[in-house]
Design a protein around this ligand. Structure first.
Ligand code: BGC
Ligand code: BGC
Length: 651
């Protein structure tokens, strides 16, 4: 509803602009604005935002956005335009580089933190780039981008929310919208207004290392939650509002549908591969979440590393990027490429640049050698390989979004250290964790745990913030260990049950005294992207090895699976009295104890089919229980009552 209203407003505004343009014909809309002197058009300074020169018409915040775009575009040289189309990783450019190459954006790749990884350190870094941009001839602010995919996850001390797979298990758009809002507040608090999220892939094969970044295998679920995240992140419609962060639904289109064995990337198996199926299937499974995200106000979309059988790499495919996304869906924001992804369009870089810009990429995440990119694109334009109109269209789209975001008035949000990891955000994350707990099996009266039960707790993932947070946490791949402040699952249980909980190391388990209840955490170790592609879908073997010992010590055994996807663990289902999928909960592990203790009910339902064997992982075109233990949508209440779908026969 909110989305539809916003869409109508945008349409209405566009019509108003058109009418104005017709009325003013020559002056504002198409023809070059009067030349402003370099001094007059120096742009807002970071120190005193909004101090604008009246002489530059694009600096008038009361003017219509399209008029401001036209006026500024008319003033720009080709080098300045190509500059706007350039996005560089911060490790490859300093403030001087931003000034000299007039780049349009700078990003932090996964784990791309400043040396001082504090909110103040981040804010200072972004401010330095922004200040350099303000010193360029036209003073166009940069966009600084970051992957805040489960909270502002590169920043030590930020609230880390469950990965999207956990939010998919809850399936509540209102919760996702709140998570988006909190993520935006923490991100903006460090000076950043651009987030490469949400992932609105519809993963069809959980062997994909990015499965946990998706909300689930159902198109409708992803569309509903993805658009809710966009609304939350963007503050409900006004992109210029304080604390609003621009969303970037990704990766357009079909990234979740690639076939095993089609990845051309060294070591990867399915990530960045070729999407199975024809155009009709791609439209049916993977396109709807983009329609909803655009309706919810998304103004930036990231293209996918993947390709299609018919058209090759998406980054070079004009059909999907321009004909479908921009023309058919009417997307008037800008398209950003993924990390060095245009290079995969062709082995010849000039051809790759030409083809991807002509296909519809507006801003290029280079991310390293921006000098080369700018030189090549300049030459290509000079030689007629890319038309001037295509460049103008790309730059107009980028500028439009920058104006809509209010960057020219306020390029740098204030540092708000107390918002990062704020108590109410952590409370929200804890609630999300609790609601995502998915009970897969239970017998008798195992759950909830009774207050007088003594609990033996083991598994390396029981007391490890890094393991329970997964990839895209502090570093790109994530890692085990105390990488950021938070509450581990063990700490949550101790908070609840005090010294009746005995946490033992794997080595201590052999000699541990028996207990009424055992809780064993069996986990994957963190991974991201294609590094996590898995042919076996197994947890860390040393965790599984603890299963027989733990079983022999306790009357009742509960296994917590901490993982980015369903796992093939028949021995766990056979051995344990209860099995809980905890997904990748993030920093607020106390939410796990809330449910085990019965303070909150089990609500989660697996958003992905639980396969019998790894070969059963691909789901497209299969019946719900074909090769499945549990269908998507299955989950139990503590007393064993079904919350959704029936388990599969034999499951
Ligand atoms: C990923 C994107 C991400 C980008 C920047 C790429 O490898 O595919 O999802 O936004 O890196 O970190
Ligand atoms: C970056 C990630 C990026 C990846 C792509 C890493 O070095 O940190 O953001 O997605 O490279 O391969």
């Amino acid at each position: 509803m909110i989305g539809a209203t916003y869409f109508r407003l945008v349409t209405a505004r566009r019509l108003t602009t058109l009418v104005l343009c017709l009325a003013l014909i020559a002056s504002a809309c198409g023809t070059p604005a009067p030349s402003a002197s370099p001094a007059a058009s120096a742009g807002p300074s970071v120190a005193s935002p909004g101090s604008s020169s009246a002489a530059a018409p694009w600096l008038d915040p009361t003017a219509a956005t399209d008029d401001r775009v036209a006026a500024l575009l008319a003033e720009m040289t080709l080098a300045e335009k190509i500059g706007q189309m350039t996005l560089v990783e911060k490790g490859s450019i300093d403030a001087g580089g931003v000034r000299d190459a007039v780049v349009g954006g700078v990003l932090s790749g996964g784990g791309g933190s400043p040396p001082d990884n504090t909110p103040a350190g981040w804010h200072e870094m972004v401010a330095a780039y922004q200040s350099a941009a303000s010193e360029t001839r036209l003073g166009i602010p940069i966009l600084y981008g970051v992957d805040a995919v489960h909270g502002h996850n590169n920043v030590i001390g930020a609230t880390i929310f469950p990965h999207n797979i956990g939010l998919g298990a809850v399936g509540d758009p209102a919760l996702v919208e709140k998570v988006g809002r909190a993520t935006a507040l923490e991100t903006a608090a460090t000076g950043i207004r651009w987030d490469y999220a949400p992932v609105i892939a519809v993963p069809q094969d959980i062997r994909w290392g990015r499965t946990y970044e998706g909300y689930g295998e159902s198109t409708a679920l992803v569309a509903g939650l993805g658009s809710a995240f966009v609304r939350g992140l963007q503050g409900g419609g006004n992109l210029a509002a304080d604390g609003a962060v621009a969303a970037t639904p990704k990766h357009f289109v079909g990234d979740g549908g690639t076939a095993w064995g089609t990845s051309g990337q060294g070591g990867y198996r399915i990530d960045q591969g070729v999407t199975a199926g024809d155009e009709a299937l791609i439209r049916e499974l993977y396109l709807p979440p983009y329609e909803d995200a655009i309706e919810a106000g998304a103004r930036i979309i990231m293209a996918s590393f993947s390709g299609t059988e018919a058209g090759g790499k998406i980054h070079g495919d004009r059909h999907w990027l321009t004909e479908v996304l921009k023309d058919e869906l009417g997307f008037s924001g800008f398209l950003v490429s993924d990390w060095e992804a245009i290079n995969q369009v062709d082995s010849d870089y000039t051809t790759a640049v030409t083809q991807s810009i002509n296909a519809g990429i507006d801003m290029v995440m280079v991310p390293y050698d921006y000098t080369l990119f700018q030189r090549v694109l300049t030459d290509v334009v000079a030689g007629g390989g890319v038309a001037q109109e295509r460049i103008d269209d790309a730059v107009a789209r980028i500028l439009r979004v920058k104006f809509e975001m209010g960057l020219f008035e306020q390029p740098m949000p204030d540092l708000r250290e107390t918002l990062v990891g704020a108590a109410d955000h952590r409370t929200l994350a804890r609630e999300a964790v609790a609601r995502s707990m998915t009970l897969l099996k239970t017998t008798g009266d195992v759950l909830p745990l009774r207050g007088d039960a003594d609990v033996l707790l083991a598994g390396a993932g029981a007391d490890d913030i890094g393991i329970q947070s997964g990839g895209w946490t502090i570093s790109w791949q994530g890692s085990d260990g105390e990488i950021t402040p938070g509450t581990s699952i063990a700490e949550g249980l101790v908070e609840e049950f005090g010294d009746r909980v005995r946490l033992v190391t794997p080595r201590e388990l052999n000699d541990a005294a028996p207990a009424k209840v055992g809780v064993l955490v069996i986990a994957e170790r963190p991974y991201a992207e294609g590094v996590g592609d898995s042919a076996v879908l197994r947890p860390f073997q040393r965790d599984v090895d603890l299963l027989p010992v733990m079983r022999s010590k306790v009357d009742r055994l509960i296994v917590l699976l901490v993982s980015g996807r369903p796992l093939v663990v028949p021995e766990v289902f056979e051995t344990a009295d209860a099995v809980v999928a905890a997904w990748l909960p993030g920093t607020e592990g106390a939410g796990v104890a809330d449910v085990l203790a019965g303070k909150r009910p089990f609500e989660g339902r697996t958003p992905y089919t639980w396969p019998v064997a790894p070969d059963d992982a691909p789901r497209t075109g299969k019946d719900a229980c074909d090769g499945a233990v549990f269908p998507a949508g299955y989950g139990l209440a503590a007393d064993g009552r079904l919350l959704g779908e029936q388990p599969c026969p034999g499951g």
